[in-house]
Ligand binder design. Structure first.
Ligand SMILES: Nc1ncnc2c1ncn2[C@@H]1O[C@H](COP(=O)(O)OP(=O)(O)O)[C@@H](O)[C@H]1O
Ligand SMILES: O=P(O)(O)O[C@H]1O[C@H](CO)[C@@H](O[C@H]2O[C@H](CO)[C@@H](O)[C@H](O)[C@H]2O)[C@H](O)[C@H]1O
Length: 424
């Protein structure tokens, strides 16, 4: 491993967007995949793909934006080391820490925005976003897989309205024979407030959230209909789905010991899906309040990339729209954790009212498909137990409480009809 590999690896361990922290990964390749500026420019800016090998044998690819400076020049930003080019030493810098390099990158790859101020947006999680003035964003994808990015695909297909408008796409011919998205330029929703912030503030204040929740349900239904128009739909057997959920449950129980005793009861909830056929289509895949923006224009849905731990092929696979409905049902349950007394009658009533209004908005007044909703809510809560153990162990009681309630109440009970909320 070269000194540059080591330096990038320590840098990755320190940045917020790197999802493999502490797992003992090492960089086994650094490959330039796109040169954005003139290679002789100072700085020259290019995209590289870092190939990371993990001790368990799996490989991940990360997109790095790199600025290159002659050794004789003053070098701003985080310097990773030097490399040789045409017999001269060149300093290698993380371009997202270098305002001059970012301006050069934007001028080269999104020339319509070359005159607007560029800054790195703080508070990002799994990617890096640049603000382009007040009305646009440049989202640099970090963990990439060969081929199109799921979010970019959906934004192209839906072309604005309830989703941000797509202004441009940054791609690379990498690996050979593939065109891979490295970033997108998109509309910055004016006056947007994160849906999680909006909902938790309402829960804490005891404020009525039913109108917003109903509108959110209607917005999701509209987006689902447009996704089905754009990508089509298929039929899937309920037996197949029940088997898939049961094997996900088994895999989760193997890494999350508190799930083990609930496996038989939860499996029987999935059995309600057997003997049915359901329509499957492209969905959001990881729909929760943090993937919604409330603004004067209504609700906008963002980040159609699915659950982070799945492969791109798994995230692109058709699924039932009830997966997304269930995701939001779980999110309202999470939101009450912001309440000073999450198990109080007031907090429960808030979450139940928001959930009922959301379902009403989604189903346009018709009753929801209880068997599918029930199965997907449990499937999601099981996923969340594993997610929280790995990422936020202090939060694991939130989904575990839902798993226990579903296990105790049995398959015929709707998981939200919580008679027994104070199980610990
Ligand atoms: N188009 C947008 N307009 C306004 N704010 C946005 C937009 N997209 C994302 N955001 C804000 O940035 C946050 C992170 O965005 P997200 O796409 O979920 O990033 P990541 O994929 O890195 O997790 C969101 O929760 C939201 O607050
Ligand atoms: O936003 P991501 O696609 O990275 O989703 C992952 O992280 C989410 C947390 O940020 C996680 O969502 C869970 O916590 C939320 C509150 O922080 C809650 O609203 C969601 O309902 C709950 O699932 C998500 O599961 C995970 O995939």
């Amino acid at each position: 491993m070269s000194a540059l590999h080591d330096a990038w690896m320590s840098h990755l361990e320190s940045v917020r967007w790197f999802g493999g922290k502490g797992a003992g990964a090492s960089i086994v390749g650094l490959e330039p995949v796109a040169t954005h500026t003139d290679p002789d420019a100072v700085p020259a800016v290019r995209s590289e793909v870092a190939t990371l090998a993990f001790p368990d044998g799996h490989t991940e690819y990360y997109h790095l934006l790199v600025a290159l400076y002659p050794e004789s020049e003053h070098t701003p930003g985080t310097v990773l080391g030097t490399e040789e080019a045409d017999g001269r030493g060149v300093r290698v810098v993380d371009a997202t820490t270098d305002p001059g390099a970012l301006a050069a990158f934007v001028a080269a790859t999104a020339p319509a925005f070359s005159e607007v101020p560029v800054a790195v947006w703080r508070g990002e999680q799994s990617n890096t976003t640049l603000t382009l003035g007040k009305s646009d964003l440049y989202k640099l994808f970090r963990r990439i897989e060969p081929g199109p990015n799921l979010d970019a695909e959906v934004l192209v297909a839906l072309s604005g309205d309830r989703v941000p408008a797509l202004r441009g796409r940054l791609t690379a011919d990498w690996p050979a024979g593939h065109t891979t998205d490295l970033g997108i330029v998109l509309e910055r929703i004016a006056g947007a407030e994160d849906g999680w912030e909006r909902a938790t503030a309402a829960c804490v204040a005891g404020a009525d959230f039913r109108r917003e929740a109903r509108d959110l349900g209607a917005a999701l239904a509209e987006v689902h209909a447009r996704l089905a128009d754009a990508f089509g739909f298929e039929e899937r057997s309920g037996d197949d789905l029940a088997d898939t959920m049961a094997s996900r449950l088994d895999a989760a129980a193997a890494v999350a010991p508190p799930l083990a005793e609930h496996v038989p009861a939860l499996r029987s909830a999935f059995d309600a899906l057997r003997g049915h056929t359901l329509a499957v289509q492209r969905v959001h895949g990881d729909f929760h309040l943090g993937q919604t923006l409330a603004s004067p224009a209504g609700w906008t849905i963002i980040d159609f990339e699915g659950e982070p731990a799945k492969t791109a092929a798994e995230r692109r696979a058709f699924d039932s729209p009830w997966r997304d409905v269930a995701g939001m049902v779980r999110s309202f349950d999470y939101a009450r954790s912001a309440h000073p007394e999450p198990a109080s009658a007031e907090a429960l009533a808030w979450a139940d009212a928001a959930t009922a209004a959301f379902l009403d908005g989604y189903c346009a007044g018709e009753p929801p498909r209880a068997d599918l909703l029930n199965g997907y809510v449990i499937d999601k809560a099981v996923y969340e137990v594993v997610y929280e153990i790995r990422n936020r162990p202090d939060w694991v009681q939130i989904p575990l409480r839902a798993v226990i309630a579903a296990s105790v109440s049995g398959p015929e009970e709707h998981p939200l009809r919580r008679s027994d909320d104070d199980v610990s």
